[in-house]
Every structure is written in C-alpha cells, then in structure tokens.
Design a protein around this ligand. Structure first.
Ligand code: SF4
Ligand code: SF4
Length: 249
C-alpha cells in the first residue's frame, strides 16, 4: 500500500475511533441523565432541572424535614426525595425553593397573586396499585386518604358495593391527577409491605387526550369548536395511486 493511502486510512480510523468514543461518552451521559429523570425533584423544579441545577445543595440544607438528598447515582449531586423514606411536607413558606440561587427551582411556578402557593407544586402524581391496596380487597383502610394534606381534593374515597360479600361497602382511594402535588405523604403512610400507592413522574403515568376530543360538558373545552379549522379530507384514491407509482416499490 502506498504511504499516502496508508496515512489517509490511518486518519480515517482515528476519526472513527474518536467518533465512537464520543458516542460512548454521550450514551453514558444519556444513561446517567435517565437515572435522574426517574427521581422526584423538589417543588417547582423546572422542566430542564437537570441542566439548570448547579448542585450547590442549598435546598437540601433549607429543608426542615431532611426530605431532600443529593443523588449519588446518575448525574451526581442532584437533589431528590424518596417519599417512602421521607415525603415532602409541603411547607407553606417553601424554604427549599426560596434557598435556590438559580431558577432551577422556579418560584414563578408556585405563585398565586404574587404569593408562594405550595399546592401548585407538581413533583409527581400518586398512583394506586388496585391489586395490592387492601381497600380494593375489601379491608377497611384509609391511611393514604387521611395522610394527604389536600384531603378530599387530591385524593378522595369512592364508595362501591362489595360484590364478593354482597353486603359490605368498599371505600376506594382515588387520586385527582390535576390536584395531586406528588408530595408522597400517602406513599409514606400506606400500610402494605411495599406501598400500594406510589408517586411517579407525570410522564410515567399520564396520557394525553390530544385536540381531537371535545368534552361537551366542559364549557371552556367546547369553546374550541368555535375556532376549530375544518380539516381537508385526504383523497384516498389518489393517495393509493401515488403510492403504487413510487419508484421504491
Ligand atoms: S402525593 Fe398523595 S398525599 Fe400528596 S397530594 Fe398527592 S394524593 Fe395527596
Ligand atoms: S394506605 Fe395503602 S392499602 Fe390503605 S387504602 Fe391507601 S393505598 Fe390502599
């Protein structure tokens, strides 16, 4: 092989090596970031919390209940909490958010009439495991319901007849997804061996209805009909012909 060709091949191999090494670092970073995204962050954490938090730990120090810890896995130093150990106590003065020197914990997300309102926090959403919750098995339990700081709003009890016994009532805990703050006091209080109510991140739980459906009983939602643009119907016959004429076939 002539020396010029050998040099070219060598530099191509080096570049490919660098690219794949860079790819490895990037995928390791993504794996680490993913680790953190499963965690529950303090109240008012921004959407891009992982990249705006400077890991100073001031929110951790400010929490009077020792709820917050700094992560030792994934991107290290990110504040998070584990409700089954210590939930968020939803302090009215929200000291963790006030202590944050950047806008990683963004006060604006909690403001109502210029005042901090912790009920606007959306740290996650509680989900009931109806298979292991003893209330669904017909045993009386309302521990999670009673523990909730937004009792009868974020969580309420639904009465149902117990078809198994035919004479008792079931008292079932139901979470209102739009009001639950994700504080995790219900998860902490749950009496089952592993909590049958857990707080998860919104994107792990919630679906999206999209704009195709309008709730006729919701005045605000129905107003969308007035501004809705009619959608052009596709000519399915022409579409089929175009498809058949494509060169790729
Ligand atoms: S996480 Fe549980 S305790 Fe906290 S607001 Fe939601 S339902 Fe209530
Ligand atoms: S505390 Fe646990 S077992 Fe009891 S009703 Fe709530 S979820 Fe079910």
């Amino acid at each position: 092989m002539n020396p010029q060709r050998r040099r070219t091949l060598k530099s191509i191999t080096q570049i490919m090596g660098l690219v794949s090494f860079g790819g490895l670092i990037w995928s390791a970073y993504l794996a680490e970031a993913k680790d953190n995204t499963q965690m529950l962050f303090p109240p008012a954490a921004r959407d891009n919390f992982l990249s705006t938090c400077i890991k100073c730990g001031l929110c951790v120090e400010a929490c009077p209940y020792y709820t917050l810890k700094l992560s030792s896995s994934g991107i290290k130093g990110i504040p998070f909490f584990t409700p089954r150990d210590i939930p968020c106590f939803m302090c009215e003065d929200v000291p963790c958010v006030v202590a944050c020197p950047t806008s990683a914990l963004d006060k604006n997300l909690l403001l109502t009439n210029n005042k901090l309102d912790i009920t606007k926090a959306r740290m996650g959403v509680a989900v009931v495991d109806t298979f292991n919750c003893i209330a669904y098995a017909g045993i009386q339990c309302d521990a999670c319901y009673r523990a909730c700081p937004l009792i009868d709003k974020a969580i309420y009890l639904e009465y149902k007849s117990n078809t198994r016994t035919g004479k008792h009532a079931l008292l079932l805990p139901i979470v209102a997804n739009d009001i639950c703050t994700g504080c995790g006091k219900c998860e902490k209080a749950c009496v089952t061996e592993i909590a049958s109510i857990k707080v998860l991140k919104h994107d792990q739980v919630l679906g999206k209805m999209g704009t195709n459906y309008i709730k006729g009983w919701d005045k605000k939602d129905e107003e969308r009909l007035e501004t809705a643009e009619p959608q052009k119907k596709k000519d399915s016959k022409n579409h089929a012909l175009d498809y058949l004429n494509e060169e790729s076939l």
